[in-house]
Each structure stands twice: as C-alpha cells, then as structure tokens.
Ligand binder design. Structure first.
Ligand code: PLP
Length: 504
C-alpha cells in the first residue's frame, strides 16, 4: 500500500522548493550522490519510503527535516523552503539563536553495510508506530521468541552480582577464562593458555577489536559470501579490503576452495570462516576444513573462525574447530553464550588465540593494548561462563527431534521448498535458512525492493541476501525462532505473496 503521508509531504516540499523529480536527481548528482529515476518516482508515488541515508539526502536537498518527511509525530513542520537554487547553499540547523555547522557521520562509514538492522527494518519500525503488526523473521535474538536463559545461569549471576562491581582483568575473570580454556581443550584446540583467552561484550566486540589490532590500510581479508555482515563491516572500518569467497549452494553451502584460493593476492593477510554458518546453517566437514587449512598454510594466512553456533548442531553432524586442525598456524577462534544459552542481551563472548603464537607476537601486543583500552568486558556476564559451560546443556533439548529449534527448522525448510519458485538447502545448525528465489519467474532485480514489497504487502520482515554481502538479488534469510503458530502464518502469507509477486 502506498505511504500517503510520506508521498504527500515529499510533494509539498518539492512544490515549495520549486523542484521537479529531474531536479532532485541533478541536485543529488551535484553533491556526488546517486538518485535513480525509478527510485525517485517510487518515492513520489509513496510506493517506497526511503530510510537512512536516502531519506536524509532528500530532506537535505529540499531543506526540510527527515523526521518531518517521514511524518514522525514530534517532528516540527519546517519553514517553507525557497527555490531549489538555494538548496545548494548549505542550510545549517539552528537551535535558538545559535547557528551551528552540520555534523556529518564519518566518511569511514561510507562503505560499511549492516542491513540486519538497516533501512527495511527502519520501515518496519515506522509501520509499527502506525499500528501495524509485523511478523518478524529477521533477527537471531532468541529471548523475544520465548527462549529463556537456563535458570541456573540467571541464579548464579544474581548470586555473584555484588562481587562484580569492579573492573576485572582486561582479558576477563580467572574462573571464566579457566572454563573457556577447558572448553577449548575439549574441542581439541592445541596449546591454549589462559593468557591467550579474551572475554568480550559479545563476539561482536572481539571481531571489531581483533580486526583493528591486525589490519593495515589496504590489507585484504577473505570473508565468505554470504557472510555475517559484521565481519565485512569491521574489516572495512579497520581500513582493510574485504574480499568475498563464494560459498556454494549446490555443495551444501560449503566454501568453494578454488574460489577462495583464486582470490588470494600479495595483500591477503587473513581468512575468515563462519562455521556453523549464519545465514546458511551450513556445518563444514573435516575434509573442507583441512582444505582451508592447507590454503592458509600455503599462503601464510591467519585464520579467524567464528564458531558462535558450535553448540547448536542438529542431525548428529559433528562440529570441528578449525584451530584443532591447524596447530602450526596462527588461529583465532570466537564463541560465546549469546546463542547457546539464549542470553544475547548479557553480552558475553570470547576469543582464543592458538597454534602458532610466535608469529602472532606483535599482533598479541595490539590485542592486549585494545583490550586494556576498553578496560574489561561486562563482569556480571563473565561470572556465569563457568556455570554455563559446565554440566548439563539445556540447549540440547531444543535441537533434538521434538525440540523447538529442530521442529521449526524442519517445518520452515519443507514449507519453503513447497513454494513454486523457491528452493532451499536444509540447515544443519543455528536458526537461519537462506532460500533462493527464481528471479526470472518473479522478475526480481532488486532484493531491497523485494524485502520492502513483502513488508508492505504481507507485513513480513526478512533480511535480503544483499545484507549478507551476497552478490545476486536472489536470496533472503529467514530466522526460524518465532513460535510454530507464527511461522505457519508467515509461511502461508509468504506462499500467497510468491503466488502473485512480479517485481515492477
Ligand atoms: N557471529 C555470528 C556468526 C553471529 O550470527 C552473531 C550474531 O548473530 C554474532 C557473531 C554476534 O554475537 P554476539 O552476541 O556474541 O555479539
């Protein structure tokens, strides 16, 4: 359904400024920004509501506020803009009588993409503000879907809270790191020492920290496509160049080793694997992992392994830590409690440096420095690591036959494959599925447009494949954490959507 508020306001601002659609395109281009003809026409018709940078650009060109354009209740009505010639003379926001220069976001963020919480999500939030009920299949956050932290973990954090008021050692509490070390031993990661274990505010913080510690401007890092986009974003932010190797859907989404090797240059410093994988749910076999280790060995690359889903494996598949196969190489292994213990909000993750520590000596100094600079990770969260990693693992109840994650995975997999024009590989782990759309059948050329159309027509929120640095507009990710009733309703609506959808 067209968004009339936005379209009405856009047209009135254009009229006030004496600007036509073609003028908007020209004015944008004069500022070095790209606005396409069909993009502008979709905004003017209210078919698409731009978010983020695109909305800010329109507002800027028209001399109005983005919030007002979006119809946000609290946004003040702007003073009528004068002719568009004046829009080229930069207006500055004023507060009282003080005229302030404009504060723009850093240009370092220019090529950073994080669509898991991007423009389509903003549009869903706006629709919710207008009273719409959105079916959210977009974010891997178990708590809102009724997955609870194990009682023992919550109890233990409560008991220890008063002991966690101070900073800890910057790497983390002794007991937490000891438990992580023992966990690493059970995963056959060789020669792990307490001093090479770092706790973090989630794996997220440690990805960013380790990329900043390693990367020089221009260094290349091999990252899977599709990826968990934080990796690409952090490499970019650290001044590096992410180079994506293909994971092959026709081969159970395993990394294409030939493609990986082909993309190595003299600037390549490291390779990243995400195993088990988000967004595909793949789990790599020993053979594939040995192949990756061999490539890293041949080209002297560091290995970064994001294994946050290592305790969410289904169907009896085995998870092998790549570090266990590479005792002679520099390895960094990441995991945490967000997913296995359904405590994303507590923010507790860790990284383990192993293998060839001698060649990482200077990198370790960098990691220590950055780790010291952030003082320490959340101490109450660290206090539950020992409890969480020891003893009974309640997550196993979810992933065995009859368990919620297992049954929901089976249902979504079958329901998706039953839709004409959709095919998908069965995930082996985690709680994501990455289906393929027949782009010819649906005439899809733009996956963000597809995500917006699905949102507007069926009020279903998914994440487009491009959000995972996937190069074609032919995939999207579903998170199958919502309860079965919600999944059934969503999949029925999705089937109905694809029965009629043709992208215009
Ligand atoms: N790595 C992957 C592959 C993920 O999917 C996620 C979250 O979805 C993270 C890291 C971030 O985890 P954390 O909550 O520990 O920051």
């Amino acid at each position: 359904m067209p968004n009339t508020t936005f379209a009405r306001r856009l047209k009135s601002a254009m009229d006030d400024a004496g600007v036509k659609q073609a003028d908007l395109i020209r004015l944008a281009s004069e500022r070095g920004k790209k606005l396409g003809k069909s993009q502008v026409s979709q905004y003017v018709s209210g078919k698409v509501v731009p978010r983020g940078a695109a909305c800010a650009l329109l507002a800027d060109l028209l001399g109005v506020s983005a919030d007002w354009l979006l119809g946000k209740a609290a946004a003040p009505r702007p003073a009528p803009a004068a002719s568009h010639d004046r829009t080229t003379a930069k207006k500055t926001p004023t507060q009282g009588s003080t005229t302030m220069r404009e504060f723009k976001k850093s240009s370092k963020l220019e090529n950073v993409l994080y669509d898991v919480r991007g423009p389509v999500v903003d549009e869903a939030a706006r629709m919710e503000e207008d009273g719409a009920r959105i079916l959210k299949l977009n974010i891997g956050n178990p708590a809102p879907f009724g997955f609870r932290a194990p009682d023992e973990v919550v109890y233990d954090m409560r008991q220890q809270l008063t002991d966690c008021e101070g900073y800890s050692d910057s790497r983390g509490l002794f007991a937490a790191r000891k438990a992580i070390m023992q966990y690493a031993q059970l995963r056959n990661i060789p020669g792990v020492d307490m001093k090479h274990i770092y706790t973090g505010n989630g794996v997220s913080e440690l990805i960013q920290l380790s990329m900043h510690a390693l990367i020089e401007n221009g260094d290349e890092v091999l990252i899977p496509s599709p990826d968990y986009p934080l990796w690409t974003a952090c490499v970019t932010l650290a001044g590096g160049t992410p180079v994506h190797y293909i994971c092959d859907e026709l081969n159970e989404w395993n990394p294409d080793l030939a493609d990986m090797e082909k993309k190595i240059t003299s600037n390549t410093k490291a390779l990243v694997i995400i195993n088990p994988n988000n967004p595909t749910g793949a789990v790599y076999s020993r053979e594939i992992l040995e192949g990756i280790v061999e490539i890293a060995r041949r080209h002297q690359l560091m290995i970064f392994a994001d294994e946050i889903y290592d305790r969410l494996i289904m169907d009896g598949f085995e998870h092998i830590s790549i570090a266990s196969l590479a005792p002679d190489l520099p390895c960094v292994t990441f995991s945490g409690l967000s997913k296995s213990h359904m405590v994303c909000g507590y923010r507790v993750g860790w990284m383990i440096l192993s293998g060839n520590l001698a060649c990482m000596k200077d990198f370790i100094l960098g990691v220590n420095m950055l780790s010291n600079m952030r003082l320490c990770s959340n101490v109450p969260a660290q206090s539950i690591v020992q409890t969480a990693l020891g003893g009974y693992q309640s997550v196993n109840e979810y992933i065995r036959p009859g368990g919620r994650v297992y049954e929901q995975r089976n249902y979504v997999y079958e329901a998706l494959n039953a839709i004409d024009g959709i095919t998908t590989v069965k995930p082996k782990a985690a709680f994501y599925i990455f289906p393929k759309m027949d782009v010819k059948k649906f005439n899809i050329t733009n996956d963000e447009q597809f995500a917006l159309d699905l949102l507007h027509q069926k009020k279903i929120l998914i994440t487009r494949g491009g959000g995972f640095n996937w190069g074609e507009p032919d995939h999207f990710r579903i998170v199958y954490l919502p309860r079965m009733e919600v999944l059934r309703e969503s999949l029925e609506d999705l089937a109905d959507f694809f029965a009629h959808y043709r992208q215009s």
